[in-house]
Design a protein around this ligand. Structure first.
Ligand code: ZN
Length: 226
């Protein structure tokens, strides 16, 4: 950490990382320090000159971030999302949004009592996107192995005792909503499992051989569900 002393007595503390970036990038933290990344071509003297010129902006932004932290609260909630546990932070803000930032699930809202509902909606939407993405991944892989998966409708559901199911006669796969707590690859393993039922209706050796052939990491990721 380096310090620049300004003529008016204020100080800017900054940390410099050399990276292959264009010019200079800076990020202001709530404690008022600045992390700067710049390519090795940019002289320290020049970096300090830029920081000095932007001093007012830096102090203003740090103050704003501090105020935001004071207004925000980490709820006692933790949420497991795609294999990791995140604290949930509700931040009073004029714009309404949910974001995964700095290892926290942050809900920005003018109505903190609606934070939980916003978070649920956000996870549902992201999980639906993920399922769509994994579905094309599985279908593409099958097609490049010369297999033609039947047209399939996928629903995300609350299921009590199963992680997924495949109705191979109707071309319908159901995925348990609770899978959103597990890693991406575990969700993928369930999708592979259900697709495999189009070719093997039971859990025979041939069924597992099929999975082993198409998704060799099947057991590793699916075992997390046991
Ligand atoms: Zn099965």
């Amino acid at each position: 950490m380096k310090t620049i002393s300004l003529p008016d007595g204020r100080e800017i503390k900054y940390e410099l990382t050399r990276k292959r970036v264009k010019n200079i990038n800076m990020r202001i933290k709530p404690d008022g320090t600045v992390s700067v990344s710049a390519s090795t071509r940019v002289a320290v003297k020049y970096i300090e000159q830029v920081l000095t010129e932007r001093a007012d902006y830096i102090f203003e932004a740090a103050k704003h971030l501090q105020e935001r932290e004071q207004r925000s609260e980490i709820t006692s909630d933790k949420m497991r999302w795609l294999g990791k546990e995140y604290p949930v932070r509700v931040i009073r803000n004029f714009s309404e949004r949910v974001a995964l930032e700095e290892n926290e699930l942050r809900v920005f809202t003018t109505h903190p009592d609606e934070a939980q509902a916003m978070l649920v909606k956000w996870t549902e939407e992201r999980f639906t996107e993920l399922i769509r993405e994994l579905n094309s991944e599985v279908r593409n892989a099958l097609q490049s192995s010369g297999l033609t998966p039947p047209p399939t409708r996928i629903s995300i559901k609350d299921m009590k005792s199963r992680w997924g199911s495949c109705s191979y006669t109707r071309g319908h796969i159901s995925i348990n909503r609770r899978l959103m707590a597990y890693p991406r690859e575990t969700v993928l393993s369930v999708l592979w499992h259900e697709y495999a039922h189009y070719w093997h209706h039971d859990h025979s050796e041939r069924f597992y051989a099929f999975l082993q052939q198409h998704f060799p990491e099947y057991r590793k990721w699916n075992n997390l569900l046991k």
